[in-house]
Design a protein around this ligand. Structure first.
Ligand SMILES: Cc1cc2nc3c(=O)[nH]c(=O)nc-3n(C[C@H](O)[C@H](O)[C@H](O)COP(=O)(O)O)c2cc1C
Length: 175
């Protein structure tokens, strides 16, 4: 059975326990993070919104909420972080994802992770990959990571999403 067939079968079998997933993302540089958001969102059948579009009044309807952005000056997007500050306490599952030029995602995710946990979220996974970066002087040389996220990155994002789906069926596990 091919990967695609396995995914379709899984979709069919898990249809009865469809979890409601929301992805809130910011992707203002080259839409790198948006590509990842769409890849993950497709597998999870998620609603994708920006922080400006997010409706905090109905956020508790979702079982799983993903927070994603590019890394800007060693941090997740400020607007995304401000939205998290405005959230009511929620006992929900969440995941974090990003694209970045270079450097360690675990450090870049740290503040958002901490603030989500303060709001009562259980972080069930984190994903990051390289993204095309032409910030500042990098523009003069065409940037770094041109073409990324590429198909292999997006495949890894889809694998990450599949793991999230599995966690939903066995609630005590995390990535
Ligand atoms: C203003 C700005 C600051 C950035 N700062 C960092 C940084 O501190 N560390 C890093 O790894 N990448 C940094 N980058 C690169 C972006 O994280 C990378 O290009 C990312 O894929 C952009 O995602 P987006 O296209 O979804 O906005 C920066 C890019 C911009 C535009």
């Amino acid at each position: 059975m091919t990967k695609e067939q396995r995914r379709n079968l899984f979709k069919l079998l898990s249809f009865r326990s469809a979890m409601k997933t929301l992805i809130i993302y910011v992707s203002c540089h080259h839409h790198n993070t948006e590509k990842v958001a769409r890849a993950i969102g497709k597998l999870l059948n998620a609603t994708l919104v920006t922080p400006a579009e997010a409706n905090l009044d109905n956020i508790s309807e979702y079982d799983l909420i993903g927070f994603g952005s590019g890394i800007y000056y060693a941090s997740m997007d400020k607007e995304l972080q401000a939205l998290v500050d405005r959230l009511p306490p929620l006992n929900k599952k969440a995941f974090i994802f990003s694209t970045r030029g270079m450097g360690p995602s675990s450090i870049y995710h740290r503040t958002l992770r901490k603030n989500l946990m303060k709001k009562g979220f259980i972080i069930t996974g984190e994903f990051s990959c390289k993204g095309w970066d032409t910030n500042g002087p990098l523009a003069y040389v065409g940037g770094i990571n041109k073409g990324r996220p590429h198909e292999k990155d997006l495949e890894k994002a889809r694998e990450f999403a599949e793991k999230l789906r599995n966690i939903h069926s066995s609630p005590s596990r995390g990535l």
